[in-house]
Design a protein around this ligand. Structure first.
Ligand SMILES: Cc1cc2nc3c(=O)[nH]c(=O)nc-3n(C[C@H](O)[C@H](O)[C@H](O)COP(=O)(O)O)c2cc1C
Length: 309
């Protein structure tokens, strides 16, 4: 096995790097051969098409990105009929992770069932962490019992592994992680954006049409690391780490916190080829740090966590 390869439920990846949901569309108009990626996570899909929140939806800041896109997407029908088949046709061996959104439990179930039955995705990511929609989204990811129930229901209608994407906008991330593990999740993706706001001194108004948004980018890396580290100590679920990655060092730090794959989001705004660059740069850094393979590093990290207790 190659030194960058990683294995997670439903995902045999040649490297651990994938673009995060919402920051890479459905892989349209790529700037490089997407076969260089470990996998691709597509935009969160809802039952009906959504135009999203009022403009402006994105504010690029010095230290990160504030967004209130509001799950703008073409809707389940078009995603299954057009977006995913086009991606699959262009990249038949690239694992695709579908992202499931909804405003009610029934919405989530419809989207999860149809996406997994389409045969076009290797896994699902259950987005219970979007801070930018009024109903649903984060409301399902902040109360442990609700998160557990939704996970259980989605698992019952899904024929592929389900990764639950957690929100950092909670007081006890471990309680949510344990709840979705009890609900039968196959893995976790963490973290989504942190709720934030930016006011323009001249207009005296928010820079976003939605007023508040989700903050992401390099500044949230320590928060993601802390949460992944805590959760890796209380669940045995595989974790896909996301939040603030922009360098190969950040990828390995995610592994040290307990992750076994990573996603990259906001870094795309400055550098559209960030993912293949990370893949290219990882081996030299691993040489420097005497890391033979990522799988071995992950096993060593888990072993060290076990021996702490
Ligand atoms: C413009 C934008 C749109 C996003 N849309 C989604 C989305 O549709 N679904 C989702 O689960 N996360 C979405 N996210 C969150 C990212 O997938 C990721 O969890 C978050 O940005 C943290 O990673 P980063 O710091 O590398 O950006 C979005 C983030 C940004 C910046």
């Amino acid at each position: 096995m190659s030194r960058l390869a990683v294995n997670l439920p439903g995902l045999k990846l040649k490297n651990p790097v994938m673009p995060a949901s919402g920051t890479f569309g459905f892989g349209e108009n790529p700037k490089y051969d997407l076969n260089k990626l470990g996998a691709i996570v597509v935009k969160t899909t809802t039952k009906e098409a959504r135009v999203g929140n009022p403009n402006p939806k994105i504010a690029l800041m010095d230290n990160g990105v504030l967004n209130a896109v509001g799950l703008q997407n073409p809707g389940l029908e078009r995603v299954i009929a057009e977006k995913l088949p086009a991606l699959k046709k262009a990249y038949p061996t690239l694992p695709i992770i579908g992202s499931v959104g909804g405003a009610s439990e029934q919405d989530y179930l419809d989207v999860a069932q149809k996406l997994s039955a389409s045969g076009l995705v290797s896994a699902l990511e259950l987005n219970i962490s979007c801070p930018n929609v009024k109903e649903g989204g984060m409301a399902f990811g902040t109360v442990p019992e609700v998160a557990q129930q939704l996970t259980k229901a989605v698992k019952a209608v899904s024929s592929v592994p389900v990764y639950v994407k957690l929100s950092p906008n909670v007081t006890d991330i471990c309680a949510i992680a344990k709840a979705v593990e009890a609900g039968g999740a196959d893995g976790l993706t963490m973290i989504n954006t942190l709720m934030g706001m930016h006011l323009d001194l001249r207009t005296r108004k928010s820079v976003l049409g939605n007023l508040t948004g989700g903050f992401s980018g390099h500044g949230i890396l320590p928060i993601a690391i802390r949460m992944i580290y805590q959760v890796a100590h209380v669940t045995s679920l595989p974790i896909i780490g996301v939040g603030g990655i922009e360098k190969p060092q950040d990828v390995l730090e995610m592994f040290l916190a307990g992750a076994s794959a990573v996603q990259v989001g906001s870094a795309h705004f400055d550098n559209p080829v960030i993912c293949p660059q990370l893949v290219e740069q990882l081996p030299a850094l691993m040489d420097e740090l005497q890391i033979d393979s990522l799988e071995q590093l992950h096993q060593e990290v888990l072993e060290a966590f076990k021996n702490e207790n």
